[in-house]
Design a protein around this ligand. Structure first.
Ligand code: KIV
Ligand code: ZN
Length: 389
């Protein structure tokens, strides 16, 4: 079986940083960029240099610091933007300019008051201009998700003719269903002249909660790069989540795919991004949420205590979490109570367990969660003593 190496293009510092309240100073961006490089991403999209002097500065500093992976700067299909992107990213060992234009009817008519011929011309000339500055030029067809496939194919052909190395097919508004997005990638692979000379990239937004599913559908249909962010942060409902993609591709169904990411660094990287951006991670967030490996109902706890795989498809250690958590609540059963009691030094006999369980349920009903201190109080109030073995 030949392994398909999937390129992970991280845009936490560009699309992720566009989130209201997530703006970062350069020193914090440098910390995140270094961590992303260490974790094994292939491309770091560092920012949108024309957007502000602060962003320009951050992209230049990241470009000077990062030595092992590509550093990318965003621009619109405007020469001034491309100049700024180049000036900021030119220090990078592996610089990339990411330029593009809206291609859907609504973008062409309502945003640009333009027409398809003009968009084709601007796509070609933006890539050509960026190409005069760097070898590695990625083209994005903004709102590709709502662009009719035949016109999207024409735009892609222009970008390839002008020298693009990567074609990004963004579902900018999170509009597509996975089958539709996958079919779009397949259509481009089958209908665009020269498509096999370039890489196809997914860039999916999460407005309908489908950003990760769409990225995977893109991959299954021939895309080679996935654009994503840590914790799935990004405009509105966010982007494809990096940690979800990495762990999906580690499941047996996807054994023919590989990324360079060291998954053991996922949780600590997620926390770093969350702390620096002041953007908490929802507890039930897949892979990196605080409840991702926590079990609180009696049936699940009993299973996990007997064999972790009964209710977990991921070993928590694979993402940098020491162990699964057995959380005591009023829904917990005897197995969980005995297990947590043992952790704090109380080895209960069956009789002791039966007698304390009813009392435990009464107390648990009045609490959201029973912590170790409260558990100790419950056990000692029932005449039980710690008997560390
Ligand atoms: O969502 C989008 O279309 C984008 C492009 C600028 C790449 O973020
Ligand atoms: Zn985006």
């Amino acid at each position: 079986m030949s392994i398909k190496q999937v390129q992970i293009f991280d845009t936490t510092l560009r699309d992720g940083e566009q989130v209201p309240g997530c703006k970062l100073e350069t020193d914090k961006k440098l910390l995140i960029a270094e961590r992303l490089e260490h974790m094994g991403v292939d491309v770091i999209e560092a920012g949108f240099p024309i957007s502000s002097p602060g962003d320009f500065h951050a992209v230049s500093e990241i470009s000077k610091l990062i030595k092992n992976v590509k550093v990318c700067a965003l621009s619109r299909a405007v020469n001034g933007d491309i100049d700024a992107a180049y000036d900021a990213v030119k220090h990078a060992k592996y610089p990339r300019i990411h330029t593009g234009i809206g291609t859907s009817e609504v973008h062409i008519v309502k945003k640009f008051n333009s027409n398809k011929e003009e968009v084709l011309r601007r796509a070609f000339s933006a890539v050509k201009y960026a190409k005069s500055k760097v070898e590695d030029v990625e083209f994005y067809a903004e709102d590709a998700g709502r662009t009719e496939n035949s016109f999207l194919a024409e735009v892609c052909e222009q970008a390839i003719l002008a020298g693009a190395t990567v074609l990004n097919i963004p579902d900018t508004t999170g509009y597509c269903m996975p089958s539709e997005y996958g079919a779009k990638i397949k259509y481009l692979l089958e209908n665009v002249k020269g498509i096999h000379k370039v890489q196809l990239s997914t860039h999916c937004h999460n407005d309908l909660g489908l950003a990760t599913a769409n990225a995977i559908a893109g991959l299954e249909n021939g895309a080679q790069q996935i654009e994503c962010t840590m914790n799935g942060i990004g405009e509105r409902a966010g982007n494809t989540s990096l940690e979800e993609v990495v762990m999906i591709l580690k499941q047996p169904q996807y054994e023919q795919y590989a990324t360079r990411i060291n998954s053991k660094l996922l949780v600590e990287t997620s926390q770093l991004v969350s702390d620096l951006m002041g953007m908490p991670v929802q507890p039930n967030k897949a892979i990196v949420g605080s409840n991702a490996f926590a079990h609180s109902s009696g049936i699940h706890q009993d299973g996990v205590i007997k064999a972790r795989e009964t209710y977990e498809i991921i070993d928590p250690r694979d993402v940098g979490v020491d162990e699964s958590q057995i959380v005591l609540t009023a829904r917990s059963g005897r197995a969980a109570l005995a297990y947590r009691a043992k952790v704090i030094g109380f080895h209960l006999t069956k009789l002791e367990l039966d007698s304390v369980y009813k009392y435990f349920l009464k107390v648990a009903d009045s609490l959201k969660e029973v912590n170790d201190k409260e558990l100790k109080t419950i056990l000692t109030a029932n005449g039980l003593k710690a008997n560390l073995k």
